[in-house]
Design a protein around this ligand. Structure first.
Ligand SMILES: NC(=O)c1ccc[n+]([C@@H]2O[C@H](COP(=O)([O-])OP(=O)(O)OC[C@H]3O[C@@H](n4cnc5c(N)ncnc54)[C@H](OP(=O)(O)O)[C@@H]3O)[C@@H](O)[C@H]2O)c1
Length: 378
């Protein structure tokens, strides 16, 4: 796809992003602000008590990050006014209807202005409390869809899911949507409303018995794993993400929907610079261990594949998929949705990432040496 048509698509667009303090969303926002400064506006939904705290989170956990270094260098002293003009922080929470946005004039403004909605928000803990994961990954996805349908100019909803909604299937896995109630195992159908009710009843019961909060948390975690396994998924995270997809497929009506299912996301490959990562998540603990010299070897079967994809490639794939989806004729889409998966299953990429992150870690330890080393490697 031509870069020109991508830039043209993004020009003058107003984009709502949930999960804006998260790893992937930040890379997405930075990329668009950098490559298409003529984007009209971003509304960034952040969990915060009020507008002031949302603005603080935007400053400290998004714009203030090293990720924005290239943009900072590009704009110099005018970065502050550029960000103020282009980015509006919104205090909210996707577990609630209307995304928990209390400021009604801001909500009306978003319903009037937003062209594209991207849902990055999720709890990515594999063994999250069932009530929490259901509230964010499943019902949260529905709340984002409901919000998007209230936006009078909305052109598309992009939902970031995970490749592992496939559960433990092996071999070639077709990119098929999950329809409401589809279980991966057994004959029973999943009734999400029943799951919701059951969780609430269980919590009420435990509270009535005076069970301490710590034990309620543990019971809720166990319940999540139990329900996930009952229906054929290995953990609460992927099970609740799969149910989120079900809601979207079931309720999207004629809203163009794009579901992105990345595999394990690691550090950036090239943009805005190589090796940027935040936190220690899935495969990152091994990479960090290698970078710090604690993991000196990594045992792997010759036939094994490793599902890892650099974050900037995922973001580029999302943007290209958005443009491709927008260009599709209304009757053109694949069954009920359009799915893109960008997965890189090769050890070479993994090793590149290992070097990228080790460069990053060395950079943290020995400030100033990183960019030189990074240039040598890439
Ligand atoms: N990282 C991976 O390897 C990977 C792989 C495949 C798919 N994905 C998917 O990609 C998306 C982004 O992942 P990520 O790694 O960037 O996740 P992340 O860094 O853990 O960020 C998650 C974001 O969601 C926000 N959030 C959580 N609950 C929320 C709520 N109730 N309301 C509003 N915001 C809420 C978090 O806000 P707080 O800062 O307030 O907690 C945070 O900003 C997720 O949907 C995930 O399932 C990730």
């Amino acid at each position: 796809m031509e870069l020109g048509s991508i830039l043209q698509f993004l020009e003058d667009k107003t984009i709502l992003v949930t999960g804006a303090t998260g790893y992937l969303a930040k890379i997405f926002v930075e990329k668009i602000l950098r490559v298409q400064p003529k984007v009209k506006k971003f509304y960034l939904l952040l969990r915060a008590a009020d507008a002031k705290s949302a603005a603080e989170r935007l400053r400290d956990e998004v714009i203030g990050k090293e990720l924005f270094r290239v943009l900072r260098e590009k704009h110099g002293a005018s970065l502050h006014s550029f960000i103020s003009e282009k980015v509006t922080p919104v205090a909210g929470d996707i577990s609630y209807e209307d995304l928990g946005v209390k400021d009604s004039s801001l909500k009306d403004e978003m319903w009037r202005e937003v062209d594209i909605v991207l849902n990055f928000a999720a709890t990515t803990n594999f063994d999250e409390r069932y009530d929490v994961a259901l509230g964010i990954n499943t019902l949260g996805a529905l709340h984002v869809l409901n919000f998007a349908t209230k936006c009078v100019n909305v052109k598309m909803l992009v939902h970031v899911s995970t490749a592992y909604v496939c559960g433990e299937d092996a071999g070639l896995i077709p990119e098929q949507p999950y329809h409401m109630g589809m279980a991966k195992k057994g004959d029973s159908k999943i009734d999400i409303n029943f799951e919701k009710k059951m969780v609430q009843e269980k919590i009420n019961e435990l509270k009535l018995e005076g069970v301490p909060e710590k034990e309620i948390t543990s019971a809720m975690k166990d319940l999540g794993i139990e329900r996930a396994r009952l229906f054929g998924w290995p953990n609460t995270y992927v099970f609740t993400k799969a149910m989120g997809e079900m809601f979207l497929m079931d309720r999207k009506d004629d809203l163009p929907l794009l579901i992105i299912r990345p595999t394990m996301i690691a550090s950036t490959y090239k943009e805005p610079f190589p090796g940027w990562i935040e936190g220690v998540r899935t495969i990152d603990s091994i990479i960090a261990g290698y970078g710090k010299g604690r993991v000196t070897c990594f045992i792997s079967g010759q036939q094994s594949t490793l599902d890892v994809v650099p974050a900037d490639m995922v973001v580029s794939a999302i943007i290209v998929a958005m443009v491709a989806r927008a260009k599709q004729h209304p009757g053109d889409h694949l069954s009920n949705g359009f799915f893109v998966e960008k997965s890189f299953q090769c050890l070479t990429i993994f090793m590149i990432l290992v070097f990228a992150i080790s460069v990053s870690i060395h950079g943290l330890i020995r400030r100033g040496s990183r960019s030189k080393l990074a240039k040598e490697l890439f």
